[in-house]
Write a new protein. Structure first.
Length: 199
């Protein structure tokens, strides 16, 4: 029995999404390139930035958090927003979690909001346990299928492409910086601090 074309296309799309997440999951800390014709700047630490006049807004990043509350990243406009894609199964995510928890606590009430994007944890309890173990003080959107990560960033922008990866939005809600590697406190702050100083 053969499958019709529509289901085959759907299966292909799901396969591509799964393959992309698997291939990029828990990637190394190699540098990134700026992508053809995009004017992104990548420093030696693997952090890419977009000039202020050339930043794009993300797509819709909204849904239910790991603990069941509604959250829409668009509501955080006016603050610098740190978006971190993670999974409880990911070793580099566990390594960077204490740094994110510390910086988030240090910057609480100082114009910075952190939002996690939990992916490929098909059992919410695993994600909740991760947040408890690492004392994560901020919410995480629950994105087990990776749809927010895949569709939340326009093509050609500094998008989340691996697990872990981090994108920082400026105060106008535009994509300003990205890291496709696990971050320590110093690298994380290097993405946030310049955006806090922007007028």
């Amino acid at each position: 029995m053969s499958l019709s074309r529509a289901p085959r296309r759907t299966l292909f799309a799901v396969g591509v999404l799964t393959a992309a997440l698997v291939l990029s999951a828990c990637g190394g800390d190699g540098g990134t390139t700026g992508g053809g014709g995009t004017n992104f700047v990548t420093n030696k630490g693997g952090i890419s930035t977009a000039p202020k006049g050339q930043r794009a807004a993300p797509g819709k990043l909204a849904g239910e958090t790991v603990d069941g509350k509604p959250l829409d990243v668009a509501d955080l406009k006016g603050k610098v927003v740190v978006l971190n894609a993670w999974g409880s199964w990911c070793g580099p995510c566990r390594a960077e979690a204490p740094h994110f928890a510390k910086v988030a606590a240090d910057l609480k009430g100082k114009g910075v909001e952190f939002v996690g994007l939990n992916t490929r944890d098909f059992n919410k309890q695993q994600a909740l346990t991760f947040e408890e173990d690492y004392k994560v003080p901020y919410p995480s959107l629950y994105d087990p299928d990776g749809k927010l990560i895949l569709f939340g960033f326009p093509k050609g922008t500094l998008s989340l492409q691996g697990i872990p990866s981090t994108v920082v939005l400026d105060k106008e809600g535009r994509i300003a910086a990205r890291a496709l590697l696990a971050l320590d406190e110093k690298k994380l702050r290097s993405m946030i601090d310049p955006l806090l100083q922007e007028k």
